[in-house]
Ligand binder design. Structure first.
Ligand SMILES: Nc1ncnc2c1ncn2[C@@H]1O[C@H](COP(=O)(O)OP(=O)(O)OP(=O)(O)O)[C@@H](O)[C@H]1O
Ligand SMILES: [Mg+2]
Length: 264
């Protein structure tokens, strides 16, 4: 039987969207009753239109956003119930890579300092190497030059920055990677290279991956299983073959039609 790494149960997130002394507080549910499993070594694609709650879900999984209800189990442990001090030991194992790598790096710090932070903070072993030696090895595995460690974020292209963001996550030896629209801002040829790198690293390091996108063609290529999200809910779920050829879900069909009739 497949082993579940991450188990999401009835997750809900409400944001406050209107508050004044005249009005009662209004809330908006960005994620509503979402449940799914992520299995060991699996690539789980999550697709849905802009604003359907994908990033909110991603942030809840890595505990950057607190859900209003629901449970998240990582390797059998309820991480939402866990005190922050205890969760700190697990934090490196669940890593989020976002769409804006430049925004996630301190522009005043050299790459070596940015990449070292997590390793020092979480006491990650550097396999008997110096910290610099360990980071140089990670950079090489992401097809980046080791000398990049002495540069600042503003000195890189978008594609290089996204590779650096992947390298930073890999340095912490995660077991689960949540990749939120990581190639959406890149041109098609760079997209392909980054996806190839991500999938190679995922296989070599035996990680499980949640790949979030609004691009159905990408998700079809790389996923073992796909979740279709709309208005904060999972409407459809299945293998790429099921989603693209057999699903009778009206919304999935609409997404597929939008992909096929895309004007260019
Ligand atoms: N901090 C916040 N406060 C209030 N509302 C928010 C907040 N973050 C997100 N939202 C709202 O929640 C909804 C879901 O946002 P989210 O960023 O999760 O969508 P998404 O599916 O990732 O969209 P995209 O594909 O454009 O990245 C949106 O309507 C958004 O306006
Ligand atoms: Mg998003």
């Amino acid at each position: 039987m497949k082993e579940s790494v991450l188990s999401i149960k009835n997750l809900r997130k409400e944001y406050i969207c209107g508050r004044s002394w005249l009005q009662e507080t209004e809330t908006f549910a960005a994620v509503r009753d979402v449940s799914f499993e992520l299995y060991q070594g699996e690539t789980l694609g999550l697709v849905g239109e802009s604003g359907c709650g994908k990033s909110t879900l991603a942030k809840m999984i890595v505990k950057l956003v607190k859900p209003n209800a629901g449970e998240i189990y990582f390797e059998g442990q309820n991480i939402l119930d866990m005190k922050e001090k205890k969760f700190r030991c697990l934090r490196p194992y669940i890593q989020l890579i976002g769409q804006n790598p430049f925004g996630s790096m301190d522009p005043r710090k050299k790459l070596i300092d940015t990449l070292s932070e997590g390793i020092r903070c979480h006491h990650i072993s550097t396999n008997g190497k110096s910290l610099r030696g360990y980071l140089e090895e990670i950079l090489r595995s992401c097809e980046l030059q080791p000398e990049f460690l002495d540069r600042y974020p503003c000195e890189f292209s978008g594609g290089q920055l996204q590779r650096l963001a992947i390298a930073r996550a890999l340095a912490l030896r995660p077991r689960v990677l949540v990749a939120d629209e990581i190639v959406s801002a890149l041109d098609v040829s760079v997209q392909g290279q980054i996806l190839e790198l991500l999938m190679k690293q995922k296989t070599e390091r035996n990680m499980s991956l949640i790949f979030i996108t609004h691009d159905l063609s990408v998700v079809r290529k790389i996923s073992d299983r796909i979740l279709v999200m709309k208005d904060g809910k999972i409407l459809d779920e299945g293998s790429p073959e099921y989603i693209f050829e057999k699903s009778e879900c009206l919304y999935t069909r609409k997404l597929k039609e939008a992909m096929i009739t895309f004007p260019y």
